[in-house]
Design a protein around this ligand. Structure first.
Ligand code: BV8
Length: 250
């Protein structure tokens, strides 16, 4: 894994990481940017440029125009399917192996952490590769070939939808509880590649900071979280994280 040498990793951060018992990580769309998956707010290109993702990723949008929302997710699923994990994802797999306790929490729905080899990923917003029905949340791995768009649930006949959390929908309780518990108990909390705008995920690093955990932000841009971070590593995750692991190894 070739890390970029110009990335400056503070000695104190390396020391804190070596001494940490529990490291928690929250990732957002930015960690997948170097895999060619546009971030949530950049995702709209071509046909989709005219739509605001926040308007499409809602139950209201699906009820109003299920075909449009289904086709948007089909386009994103295809795009994610062509992407591969990048050195940022790989560095987190390695980090998990060298710290006593590690919790990886993601807002992403692209499944790239899992494909990189991360285990027990806490998925706050679901997984775009999974499909469920609108009325009863029947998880449907496959359905009979049909020209209906969206297709219908083979169990109850309601419309199929992606197994992701839309704006205005509650997060999966178990995932959220695990994420909150990690924020409450970790020594070090990394927030990587997220604009820190979407709740309740964005409050996790603040919870950690409030109880004195060391907060590390990895993002080329400042975010509303930057001022609460003990360390703000300004750069792309695909370079910063390998550089951090390079320091940890020596
Ligand atoms: C809920 C799945 C209870 C779908 C997504 C409290 C206050 C205010 C509002 C609320 C609140 N509580 C609830 C809300 C409403 C809402 C919300 O937060 N609105 C915001 C926008 C104001 N939250 C909800 O509705 C949540 N539900 O709370 O339930 C409830 C119920 C009813 C009423 C009230 C409460 C559900 C939120 C989940 C929405 N679903 N995704 C899909 O993907 O289609 S969220 C979606 O946007 C993404 O999944 C992602 O999680 C999120 C944010 O995107 P980011 O990951 O941060 O990506 P973004 O593009 O924004 O930024 C990328 C960052 O990467 C940038 O900073 C960039 O600089 C950086 N970057 C770029 N390149 C790199 C990089 N970083 C590192 N390396 C690089 N190379």
């Amino acid at each position: 894994m070739t890390a970029s040498t110009e990335i400056e990793i503070p000695d104190l951060l390396v020391q804190n990481l070596r001494a940490a018992n529990h490291v928690a990580v929250l990732t957002g769309a930015g960690i997948s940017a170097e895999s060619g998956v546009p971030t949530f707010r950049e995702a709209q290109t071509g046909l989709w440029a005219q739509y605001d993702p926040q308007e499409l990723a809602t139950p209201q949008a699906f009820r109003r125009n299920p075909k449009l929302v289904w086709e948007w997710y089909a386009w994103r699923r295809e795009l994610v399917g062509r992407a591969t994990p990048n050195p940022g994802h790989a560095a987190l797999v390695e980090l998990a192996a060298v710290v006593p306790k590690f919790t990886l929490i993601t807002q992403n729905v692209d499944g790239l952490h899992q494909r990189a080899g991360s285990e027990n990923v806490v998925c706050l917003h679901g997984n775009i590769a999974e499909t469920k029905c609108y009325d009863h949340n029947h998880l449907v791995p496959h359905w009979p070939e049909s020209d209906r768009v969206p297709p219908i649930c083979p169990i109850c006949g309601s419309l199929l939808r992606p197994n992701v959390v839309w704006f205005g929908e509650n997060l999966p309780v178990a995932a959220l509880n695990t994420a909150v518990a990690a924020a409450e108990s970790c020594d070090l909390f990394f927030t990587i590649g997220t604009s820190a705008l979407v709740q309740p995920a964005a409050s996790l690093p603040l919870r950690a900071a409030e109880r004195g955990a060391t907060v590390v932000e990895v993002n080329p841009q400042p975010t509303p979280l930057t001022r609460f971070a003990d360390f703000a590593l300004t750069g792309p995750a695909g370079q910063v994280l390998p550089a951090l692991l390079d320091r940890l190894r020596v």
